[in-house]
Write a protein that binds this ligand. Sequence first.
Ligand SMILES: NC(=O)c1ccc[n+]([C@@H]2O[C@H](COP(=O)([O-])OP(=O)(O)OC[C@H]3O[C@@H](n4cnc5c(N)ncnc54)[C@H](OP(=O)(O)O)[C@@H]3O)[C@@H](O)[C@H]2O)c1
Length: 222
Amino acid sequence: MSKALIFGATSGIGLAIAKRLVDKYDVTGVGRDISKVSGEKIDLLSCDVSDNKALQKLLKDIPCPDVLILSQGSAYYGLHENIKPSECEEMVLTDLLSPITITNHFLNQMKQRKSGHIIFISSVTADSVNPHGACYGACKAGIRSFAKSLFEEIRKTGVKVTLISPDLTYTDLYRNADFGVDKDLVLSPEDVADAVSFVLEKPSNVDVFDIVVRPMRNAIVK
Ligand SMILES: NC(=O)c1ccc[n+]([C@@H]2O[C@H](COP(=O)([O-])OP(=O)(O)OC[C@H]3O[C@@H](n4cnc5c(N)ncnc54)[C@H](OP(=O)(O)O)[C@@H]3O)[C@@H](O)[C@H]2O)c1
């Protein structure tokens, strides 16, 4: 069976993707608190990816996957002067540096095999202005830029790159925010998993690079 490695697999979008893929892939999932997931056919590994040394150590023990999904993320919202430096650091390390580091680790092996698929879970914030989410949006814009460059760099090697940008999705991401999202009016994590299934079903000569997933309505709850 092909192998899928999913970062951010302990909740929300990453967990929905992991559940979607278990019938077709050997799924390994990474997150800090793996006790949140039970009863799934997912091989779970605990790691704080904002700790770059711990991340590098973890990567050494993981075989190169056929599908790599980078869905880890943390977010803090508010006026930028009210976001703590430690929160900015956490977002930059988790949302921007860790996907770049993980890609860097596996890329050479994927290129040698002439196959592999790297899927970044970015956000619609990558392309918008984000008052009250300036640092988070900057990290997502960074990943968008990275993925676009990576695609051009490796498109002739057989390794695919996909950038999936969801709009508001009902997950734990907003636990540090002073607002919530209306479950009935935003995307579900399964809606984003649908996009992943869609891109993985394409033939080897086709790369669906850029997908934006939006709900027909959208609602923040204050
Ligand atoms: N929800 C939305 O509206 C939305 C919209 C657009 C894009 N996104 C993106 O979708 C991705 C998934 O987020 P989500 O909405 O599903 O939120 P979520 O439910 O909070 O999931 C975040 C995942 O990342 C993991 N994670 C966070 N910090 C980590 C760290 N330091 N080390 C290892 N794992 C860490 C979490 O696991 P642990 O807590 O167990 O470590 C969890 O599995 C993120 O990249 C987010 O930016 C979300």
